[in-house]
Design a protein around this ligand. Structure first.
Ligand code: 8YV
Length: 312
């Protein structure tokens, strides 16, 4: 009989398809239903997505738990320390999505400065026949500040180089092998750049890292692009900054409360909004589903996991 795997939340259909070929996939389900499930004591794997919540209580419901396999590079919804304390490992899907997320960061930088959504509407609604669109802002040559210089941050930097942007970054520590300028504090970085792009992990250590003070430091000609996690930005402070000319604009792929971004954000003209599509291409999502599935297959084959999270 196929082993049973628990889905922590509704999973990407490509992941569901891969898992269903090999295993009996159950869930998501409320904790009470899980406690009453006949397979509960034998389940060794939880499958999750990048935004799934895998709290301690869900893990504790599964006494045989050995692996949480996340289809996503971010795993801030997983209580990793609890997993480790229970003798379970956590895997994620790094690298395979670097290009797509970095591409989207550049798309948002271009869209907000060149006002691409407004330009598209301008052509569609016939405004063009009445005159030209107001001028945009030049992206090439801007000073870019990257918050988080991991694999995706570096992919953003190499793209930005092609746009003649100067690149500085902040991160937990300086990466001296990289040719970019390290700035220890996010506020100092914001004060020094025109475009602040966020690609740092979510979770408690980066919660509301981009606050009113950082936005004020960025200034009235500055832009924020967020392809990280909504939790990294204090959204109320961002709305205030966007509404009052504290900063020029923002490009946002992620939000504090997905899929329900603040009404205030949806009505502003100086923002470009996308629905968390950083890794959302067919090829990349398949590669993520394959990698997340391979980690599970390796677990059942008692082989070393391919992409454990750094804490494991
Ligand atoms: C997806 C993501 O939204 O990888 C991440 O951390 O946020 C995304 O790529 C999601 O994980 C797809 O399941």
């Amino acid at each position: 009989m196929n082993p049973t795997i628990l889905a922590a939340s509704p999973l990407n259909p490509l992941f569901v398809a891969e898992l269903s070929k090999r295993y009996t996939l159950i869930g998501p389900m409320p904790l009470d239903d899980l406690m009453a499930h006949p397979d509960r004591e034998h389940i060794t794997v939880i499958a999750a997505g990048g935004e799934s919540k895998v709290p301690a209580a869900m893990m504790d419901a599964l006494p045989a738990l050995k692996l949480v396999s996340v289809m996503g590079v971010g795993y801030d919804g997983v209580d990793v320390q609890h997993a480790i304390s229970r003798g379970a490992l956590v895997t994620h899907t790094p690298n395979v999505l670097n290009d797509d997320v970095a591409d989207l960061a550049l798309v948002l930088m271009l869209s907000i400065t060149r006002r691409i959504p407004q330009a598209d509407a301008f052509v569609r609604n016939g405004s063009w026949a009445k005159g030209n669109m107001p001028l945009g802002t030049k992206l090439s040559g801007m000073r870019l500040g990257i918050v988080g210089m991991g694999r995706i941050g570096q992919a953003i930097a190499t793209r930005a180089e092609a746009f003649g942007m100067s690149i500085a970054y902040t991160a937990r520590s300086e990466k001296s092998a990289l040719p970019y300028r390290f700035v220890p504090s996010v506020k100092a970085l914001a004060a020094d750049v025109d475009m602040l792009t966020l690609i740092t992990p979510g979770g408690a250590s980066t919660h509301h890292m981009i606050n009113a003070e950082v936005l004020t430091a960025l200034g009235p000609k500055g832009y924020v692009v967020n392809v990280a996690r909504g939790s990294v930005v204090d959204e109320a402070a961002l709305v205030h900054a966007l509404s009052n000319g504290v900063i020029a604009g923002a490009g946002l792929d992620v939000f504090e409360n997905e899929p329900h971004p603040l009404d205030a954000l949806r009505t502003l003209d100086n923002v470009v909004l996308t629905p968390h599509i950083g890794s959302a291409t067919g090829a990349t999502r398949q590669a993520m589903a394959d990698l997340a599935t391979r980690n599970i297959e390796r677990h059942f084959a008692s082989e070393a996991l391919e992409t454990p999270v750094p804490e494991c």
